[in-house]
Design a protein around this ligand. Structure first.
Ligand code: 6PG
Length: 248
């Protein structure tokens, strides 16, 4: 695993670099394999990146018909709910680029229960990547955020999903949120070629120090377990989030 950590003066310059990396990785993937598979992050930090990718500055730099979008995690809400990660990406990226529905694979949260939603997403990913029974998808890029408790995707501290070694997609009950979330698993994420963490805000500073410079405690700090053996992990960190780091 190759880990690169870069610090940016503000979210705007962080998002600018992330957009340039997205386009570079995307064009490389399309050149090599004729398509670019990417799993998007939810939350609020990636919003400005999605807006940038859809802007005049970037929208013509990638053949979007060859880009296939997935989601690293999702909330168990309808796709038009304010909490939906799909909704945020749809409004700020997909609709702006007028993307075809064939290029977008969201968690089907309208299904009756969380386990069914996860099973269906597992099938969707397996079909798209044409995986064998115990195979894992090789996303060209996975975008991740990190919560102020060290979670990433919906892999929260001390939750069941942290122990999953076989499935690609699971439902994960999160006690502190009193809700069930939907998430890709560590083996699915760690099989990616490139992972980009987008981390911004002073509220992340303490946990980021623990994750990047503290003891290895992956149950307590799940983001520490993002280690693709054959991939690159890029940490793009805004300066306030980086303020407690000593090694970077
Ligand atoms: C989600 C995300 C989650 C997010 C972090 C950071 O569904 O909320 O996938 O893992 O990336 O909570 O969120 P912010 O970027 O909003 O701080």
């Amino acid at each position: 695993m190759n880990r690169i950590v870069n610090i940016y003066p503000n979210l705007e310059t962080l998002s600018q670099t992330a957009a340039e990396m997205f386009i570079r990785i995307g064009n490389e993937a399309i050149q090599k394999r004729g398509q670019f598979t990417v799993a998007l992050a939810g939350g609020s930090t990636p919003k400005s990146l999605y807006q940038l990718l859809a802007s005049e500055r970037f929208k013509d730099k990638l053949d979007w018909e060859k880009v296939f979008f997935f989601f690293g995690d999702e909330r168990k809400v309808s796709p038009d709910d304010a909490e939906s990660n799909f909704k945020m990406a749809n409004e700020n990226l997909f609709e702006q680029l007028k993307l075809s529905a064939q290029n977008i694979f969201r968690w089907e949260t309208e299904l009756k229960n969380a386990e069914k939603i996860a099973e269906k997403y597992e099938e969707t990913v397996k079909d798209f990547f044409n995986l064998p029974a115990n195979g894992f998808p090789g996303f060209d890029l996975i975008l991740l955020g990190m919560g102020d408790d060290g979670h990433t995707a919906s892999l929260f501290p001390f939750t069941e999903a942290l122990n999953e070694t076989e499935k690609i997609a699971v439902a994960n009950y999160v006690e502190k949120l009193q809700t069930t979330r939907l998430t890709l698993t560590f083996p699915a994420i760690n099989n990616a070629t490139n992972i980009i963490f987008l981390v911004s805000g002073a509220n992340k500073a303490e946990i980021l120090r623990e994750v990047l410079e503290g003891d290895f405690q992956t149950k307590k700090f799940p983001s520490q377990k993002i280690n693709p053996e054959n991939g690159n992990v890029f940490w793009l960190i805004e300066t306030n989030a980086a303020q407690k780091l000593s090694k970077y």
